[in-house]
Design a protein. Sequence first.
Length: 384
Amino acid sequence: MQRLTKRTVDAIAATGADHFVWDEQLPGFGVRVSPKGQKSFLIQYRYQGRTQRMRLGRSTLITADAARKKAKILLGEAEAGKNPALAASIKRQAPLLSEVVERFITEHVSVRLKPGTQANYCAVLSAYILPALGHKRITDITLSDLSALHVSLSHKPSQANRSTLVMSKILNLSEQWGLRTMGSNPCKHIQLFKDKKRNRFLDKSELKRLWNTLDDSYRDGTAGLYAINAYKLLILTGCRLSEIQKLKWSYIRGNRVEFPDSKTGYKRLPLNAAAMEILKQTPKKEGNPYVICGERPGAHIVNLQKSWRRIRAKAGLEDLRIHDLRHTFASQAVMNGTPLALVSKLLGHSKITTTMRYAHLADSELLEASEGIGHLLSNPRSGE
């Protein structure tokens, strides 16, 4: 044994058979000499009771000092219980991210996600992830790569966060599929941009103005009856747009509606008298199972955005999105004293924490009640 340097390695002679020369200062680091005198640096270590060897490179392509530094790192990993030879093997055989994405879509997106989420994932993949990282091997994707992608989308914070979350799912599944070492997902180190949640809702005067505009828009032909009734049902039920678009008559059971597969799964919702009246005013089309019928036979309405832009402009509510009608339902419910737990059920939230964004509205009502009680208690004779 001797310290392996360029001079000592060059001096090692061939013996006509494979043989090893080990470094005296770094156990497990050595050089392998072929019968013809070709020399390659390697490491040797034990993993789960078995001897493992890993080639570092030919002595003509890597210096003894560079091989020693690499050996120290890899032997340190082996000492920590890892198997660097296996990790290197996985890396050599690793597919490109673009290839992994195909499997991701086939085995996860198409099987486990709802159609709307599927479309969202595919849009993020094609627009942001694949152009930036699709050419890289799945094992070569680093924190630096993912951070660069995230920062490049800082002008689109929602898309930046969504891209990181999609990549995190891909990398987690890649670990399960044996394409990356377990626990190697670097997405957990990326700080997502703060999500600026929008809570625009209509006050009572705006709500009255919008309702009158909806009636006027039907009379003057700005929008058809099905579109008008869709907007009214959104206001009166707090349902998601997709739920009203795809609402079938068969889902309505008396004064309730049962969605077999909403965003959060099965959803049962009571229908108030005003919503029931709108349903009575909505004509059924023969051969069409949907409440809000579209132009094509047997189909539901597809685009409610175009007529909505005309209606909100007419009502002087240019900043109002269709989704804000759902916020309006929830906000008015909370301000009228409906407990958050009940509002959560009415909205079909899977977690009440999602509903907590409306908690501050209840606080204002509580403050008003508290002020009244405080006035009474501080003036005990005022009621006499």
